[in-house]
Write a protein that binds this ligand. Sequence first.
Ligand SMILES: NC(=O)c1ccc[n+]([C@@H]2O[C@H](COP(=O)([O-])OP(=O)(O)OC[C@H]3O[C@@H](n4cnc5c(N)ncnc54)[C@H](OP(=O)(O)O)[C@@H]3O)[C@@H](O)[C@H]2O)c1
Length: 336
Amino acid sequence: MGMLKFNGLDKMYEAKTMKNVRRKIVIAGGLGFLGRTLIKHFANGAYELVVLSRNENELPHAKVVVWDGIHLDQWAAELEGAELLINLAGRSVNCRYNRRNRCAIMDSRVFSTRVLGQAVQGCRKAPGLWINSSTATIYKHRFDSSNDEKDGLIGAHPDAKDAFSVDVALAWEKAFREIDVPGTRKVIARTAMVFGSEEGGVYEVLRKMVCFGLGGKVASGRQYVSWLHEKDFCGAIEWLMAHKEASGVYNLCSPCPLTNREMMKTLRDAIGVSFGLPAMRLILDVGALVLRTEVELMIKSRRVVPARLEGAGYVFTFPCLQGAIKELEQKDKGRK
Ligand SMILES: NC(=O)c1ccc[n+]([C@@H]2O[C@H](COP(=O)([O-])OP(=O)(O)OC[C@H]3O[C@@H](n4cnc5c(N)ncnc54)[C@H](OP(=O)(O)O)[C@@H]3O)[C@@H](O)[C@H]2O)c1
């Protein structure tokens, strides 16, 4: 009887401590746009959030641990027992692709992936799931049909001026595939443009263009745009955590890509701007030079669909752009 009572108390104590154990998520490069989006989503008390950053910082809902994205160091201990490791580290692609920037874009992605691999291999209790970011840009510039994970065409196209970006995506995925981490589920997230309300995202830029009367079609306007609402970005990550059978490549994008012309019109309608100056190809080339960015980001036809997520039953909160923009605009008005 006494023994039974002791066991019961023991169980109660165990249950109580279990309740206090928070599920650990480590976000490498987590101070950027997508990282902050994830932190906002997971900051509900159930998760212990750790960010790996090159800079010291204090956040209300996450611990920031310094790393350099290249060398194995004490930060690696943070990966012990994590449920999820997600790598979002990488120099922004929104810049001119000169020699220096090209090196930084490539190296920051490949080196961070490799060193995380070494850290995972050194863990006593390795992360259950490792999601490494990739990009929907890996797929071929095309208009005829959609690119899914199984039959999608991969590669660059001279019309899209995307040779460098595709090289980066391929090297990034190769570095990830080469790492052998038995016991850790690996997912490559080929993510499309994420539309969200955190600072530094692409929606902010598009919105400004529309407000300044520059929200017309870009080039021919026929190129497809794949996109994803921030809620579905976080939802997909949560889904991947919950579905222990999920591994390999996943396209993280809405099921309804649309043409640039349709996207710009949807934005103008939602924001309430009736006119948008179209950006002809020549103006675009000059504008990109002035804005220190590359035209590829606007002219490439990214017709990508999330066949694996949809096929496995993931239900998108915002499958269509109208609903997604409406929600973001309402949030924007709420803040003012
Ligand atoms: N945002 C999107 O819509 C989107 C879509 C598709 C793919 N992606 C990819 O997803 C990843 C995250 O996107 P994001 O929008 O969150 O990017 P972001 O805002 O530019 O943040 C990326 C983070 O990477 C870290 N970083 C920058 N340069 C680095 C370097 N040289 N070495 C190591 N770390 C470096 C920075 O963190 P610290 O300065 O704190 O170290 C930065 O906060 C990127 O690789 C991006 O290409 C993004």
